[in-house]
Write a protein that binds this ligand. Structure first.
Ligand code: 8YV
Length: 325
């Protein structure tokens, strides 16, 4: 029909999402990888979309928001996080924002467990050994990891994902502590113990896993002082946002042997990350793939389209991100 609204995506989604989008919208063929900055603005100015769909890889800063054509009525981010978006600038232009919570919770928690296990068990070093030099039996004392089950896990940020990690951790026989802006009602605590002050949680956390949102309020939440408070031999895991962690302080703690290992899916300045992450033996790292399963990436794209559809019908999209206070 002639009235199909124009939708611009900063990058292509999975096949089922693309099929639905092509059926219901006039679509500017999106690139496979990423459109951002001036290139994104150029496409927007030429195509004049009504709906704009981005991922967390596309920074939608002040200049991008201010440069958007007047046709844009809604911004949908295919992510739960929205720290890549200048919400003040969006609010000034009256453009609402929606995200895709819930559908990626379980996969992000699964990946967190992979990072915990990979870091504790030195999975990166073992894989490398098998590839390069496993031609003679290993020594009984070679490349020994530490036991993950039964350890004490500290969760920083007990939202949907933090709670899903707590549920899994209990299956591993872990004692779980959590720190959050406020204590959760007992029914939502997943058997974890609330510790009000991060400084009281850190000395008890043999494994520390970060699940707080990114943005200025949580920048460097874990820095030199916080790492020093962890017990010697602790493991640090981050599948949330790179901005939460002071990376230089992390490498110092690893090199001094204060930390046993780190399991990381997120970094500052992705994908141009600090080169040490690519080679450090005690870093078990993945390239920001917490939501990267067929099921979840399709569910995220579908959720974004659901929100866009409701918005077009004049109904409130369920996943509106409230404008900043
Ligand atoms: C995505 C994410 O990998 O949900 C988030 O906040 O960072 C991820 O799910 C991302 O949107 C793809 O770039």
């Amino acid at each position: 029909p002639a009235s199909r609204p124009r939708l611009l995506m900063s990058q292509a989604m999975t096949a089922p999402v693309m099929e639905r989008a092509e059926r219901d919208y006039e679509l500017d063929p999106p690139p496979v990888r990423l459109l951002s900055g001036e290139a994104l603005l150029d496409r927007c100015r030429q195509f004049r979309p009504e709906m704009l769909m981005v991922t967390s890889g596309t920074t939608v800063g002040t200049a991008v928001v201010e440069g958007l054509p007047s046709t844009v009525r809604l911004l949908a981010t295919v992510s739960v996080g929205f720290d890549h978006i200048d919400r003040d600038a969006l609010a000034r232009r009256g453009i609402p924002l929606c995200n895709t919570p819930d559908v990626l919770t379980e996969c992000n928690a699964d990946l967190t467990m992979l990072l915990i296990l990979g870091a504790c068990r030195r999975a990166a070093e073992h894989t490398a050994l098998l590839r390069d030099r496993w031609h003679e039996p290993m020594a009984m004392t070679e490349l020994l990891g530490i036991r993950a089950s039964g350890r004490t896990l500290g969760i920083v940020g007990m939202g949907r994902i933090g709670r899903a990690v707590a549920r899994r951790a209990r299956g591993f026989g872990m004692r779980v502590l959590y720190c959050n802006r406020r204590r959760l009602p007992p029914g939502l605590e997943e058997g974890a113990e609330f510790v009000a002050d991060l400084r009281d949680l850190l000395p008890r956390a043999q494994i520390l896993s970060l699940h707080a949102p990114g943005g200025p309020a949580t920048r460097d939440l874990i820095g030199r002082d916080e790492l020093a408070l962890l017990p010697r031999g602790a493991v640090l895991v981050n599948a949330a946002r790179g901005s939460l962690l002071d990376e230089d302080a992390l490498f110092d703690a690893l090199d001094r042997g204060h930390l046993f290992a780190a399991g990381l899916d997120v970094f500052r300045n992705e994908p141009a990350i600090d080169g040490r992450f690519r080679t450090h033996p005690r870093v078990f790292a993945t390239p920001h793939v917490g939501s990267a399963t067929s099921e979840t990436r399709t569910a995220m794209g579908m959720k974004a389209l659901d929100n866009i559809e409701l918005f077009r019908r004049g109904e409130p999209p369920p996943d509106l991100v409230p404008p900043p206070a």
